[in-house]
Design a protein around this ligand. Structure first.
Ligand code: ATP
Ligand code: MG
Length: 567
């Protein structure tokens, strides 16, 4: 990738001063700031934001911050030395105190507004003003945009205090959800699934907020107690945090003729999406209408591939609304997520999510988001019938492309050259009947067993001899098909590269954030380590500890098998 002309090469950044030198706001400066905002960003009250692409706002630092963890992997990618994570000024900055910033870095961060569509239906009720003008980053504040080794990244605090979009809430995130988000982002990256990344995590030693949650050993569906939780700030990093909902917000303003710059602001934000997320793939010489066609094509490709990847690794985004759908086609918002343990196509860990966002419904949820994206960029082509037709064709083709991505993914997971419909249908039935552990089952299958007995370590349910026979015959047919590919050991090896050994198991994450509340971060570190190499066999000790079926007591267990989004 080309080195940006005004950024120094940063082979290794060892000091805070060097870090701040990498700030570069040239792209975001091309956008409109909210004309009603104070320039020093100190207005944190919930209010309507009528125009502009972002609101300058300062974060509110957490009180007495303490370092918990940083991502060594991401630090390496960015060229930051590990020591920086515990540097005084760096720690202050990423626990919300932007006053330490030195030019060219700025003392003010920014939050963005976005619209919300749930499963393709537009909502404004979530906005306290009923207009949609008060909905957006309520507790996410970007504080840095810069170029690291030629690549542009944005850094965003989550839990950095209220913004005008806070809707009267505290703008905070609790330690529990911050630990989950921190670990899950890096786990997804290690699995090879496009995602926002984790930079750092700091917790307050004294500041707490109250949230509904589950009492110990609760079987309640909804939270049954209110608990005080330490507040924390995780910083996430991505090429941008532009969401489908953001493009929608500007398109809605065009439709309602909200102000006379509405169409221009929509144009600008879409141009910005191209610049930030698709620059390397879209020829800058193309006419804008052709760029839009390319953008739609590329986003469809990324989104369908993303969702196929989610299903491959057992990930469920329990609230896949357009405001949680990154325009760059990567995973965003690790609140209502979970990973499927006991195989269930309708798995949905988030109690507020409903069936439509369950595990196997994700392709349909993605299509609804793509639909909103398509209808949001359409006004930009209104005077170009030919381009509109091309765009509509891309929209119509979503389902086919999605299906192909899913079938290719299943074929890969099963070590087959081609997807086999009958074999797959039968497998889904058997996996459901035997209540298999999704991750362990495919991992065991990657060792090419001839006999069903070898798969039973992944079963939660004692199978009948009849079911065993069905498995045996399925295995026979599978082996026949596998044989038509390359040699068995090469296939096994390939399968082990798409079927992870180490899964996200919520009951193994819970103790990590609980111990962190007591100031012990060792389990978080251990999890970071195990989850950074999910396809490797790792040590016997790690296998015994982490390659395990979920124990009985964690079924139907509030905060473990299901949870509300009290984050
Ligand atoms: N404690 C809070 N204070 C202010 N706003 C909040 C708070 N919790 C959630 N929100 C806002 O409510 C909306 C819905 O919450 P949701 O859980 O999807 O988001 P999130 O997890 O905070 O954000 P993101 O999508 O940025 O990861 C978001 O716009 C979010 O900014
Ligand atoms: Mg969200």
């Amino acid at each position: 990738m080309a080195q940006s002309s005004n950024s120094p090469a940063n082979s290794r950044v060892t000091s805070f001063d060097e870090f701040t030198q990498l700030a570069d706001y040239s792209l975001m400066d091309s956008l409109h700031a909210d004309p009603d905002a104070t320039t020093d960003g100190d207005d944190h009250r919930s209010r309507q934001v009528f125009s502009g692409h972002f609101v300058p706002v300062t974060p509110t630092p957490i009180v007495r911050p303490e370092y918990v963890i940083h991502s060594k992997t991401l630090f390496r990618t960015l060229g930051l030395s590990d020591e920086l994570a515990q540097d005084k000024a760096f720690s202050q900055l990423f626990s919300g105190d932007v006053s330490v910033a030195k030019p060219p870095m700025r003392h003010v961060g920014w939050a963005t507004g976005y619209a919300l569509s749930i499963y393709g239906t537009e909502y404004t009720q979530q906005c306290p003003f009923g207009t949609g003008n008060g909905y957006g980053d309520g507790r996410a504040i970007s504080i840095f945009e810069g170029v690291f080794n030629g690549q542009r990244w944005e850094m965003q605090l989550k839990g950095g205090g209220p913004t005008p979009y806070c809707r009267g809430a505290d703008g905070r995130a609790v330690l529990r959800s911050s630990v989950r988000e921190f670990l899950a982002q890096e786990y997804m990256h290690a699995l090879g699934v496009p995602t926002s990344r984790s930079l750092t995590l700091y917790v307050s030693k004294t500041e707490t907020v109250a949230r509904p949650w589950y009492s110990p050993e609760s079987h309640s569906f909804d939270p049954d107690i209110i608990t005080e939780n330490p507040v924390a700030i995780t910083t996430r990093v991505a090429p941008s945090f532009l969401r489908v909902g953001q493009i929608e917000l500007f398109a809605r303003r065009v439709r309602s003729n909200a102000h006379n710059q509405a169409l221009e602001e929509l144009h600008m934000i879409v141009q910005h999406v191209i610049e930030r997320e698709y620059k390397d793939e879209i020829d800058s010489e193309l006419a804008f209408s052709d760029k839009l066609i390319e953008l739609a094509q590329l986003f469809r490709e990324r989104l369908t591939r993303l969702v196929a990847n989610w299903v491959r690794v057992g990930y469920c985004q329990g609230n896949f609304n357009s405001d949680n759908c990154a325009a760059g086609g990567f995973t965003l918002d690790y609140g209502p997520f979970g990973f499927c343990e006991v195989f269930d196509p309708q798995f949905q860990p988030w109690t507020g999510g409903g069936h439509h966002f369950s595990f196997f419904n994700q392709p349909t949820a993605a299509e609804a988001n793509f639909h909103m994206f398509w209808s949001a960029i359409r006004p930009l082509l209104e005077d170009n019938q030919e381009a509109l037709e091309k765009l509509d064709e891309i929209r119509r083709g979503f389902q086919n492309v999605m299906q192909t991505q899913m079938q290719d993914m299943w074929a890969e997971k099963l070590g087959l050259r081609e997807f086999d419909h009958a074999l797959f249908e039968e497998l889904v039935k058997l996996m459901s009947h035997s209540e298999v552990d999704y991750t362990m089952f495919f991992r065991e299958l990657s060792h090419m067993p001839e006999n069903v007995s070898a798969l039973k370590t992944s079963f939660y349910f004692e199978t009948s001899s009849e079911l065993d026979e069905q498995w045996q015959s399925w295995l026979g047919r599978w082996h026949e098909l596998v044989k038509t590919g390359s040699d068995l050991s090469a296939t096994a090896k390939k399968m082990q590269q798409v079927n992870p050994k180490y899964a996200w198991r919520e009951w193994l994450i819970v103790p990590a954030y609980q111990q962190a509340t007591q100031g012990d971060y060792s389990l978080i570190e251990e999890l970071q380590e195990v989850l950074s190499r999910p396809y490797d066999e790792q040590s016997k000790e790690m296998e015994v500890k982490y390659y395990r079926l979920r124990p009985k007591e964690y079924f139907n267990s509030g905060g473990v098998s299901h949870y509300s989004c009290s984050s």
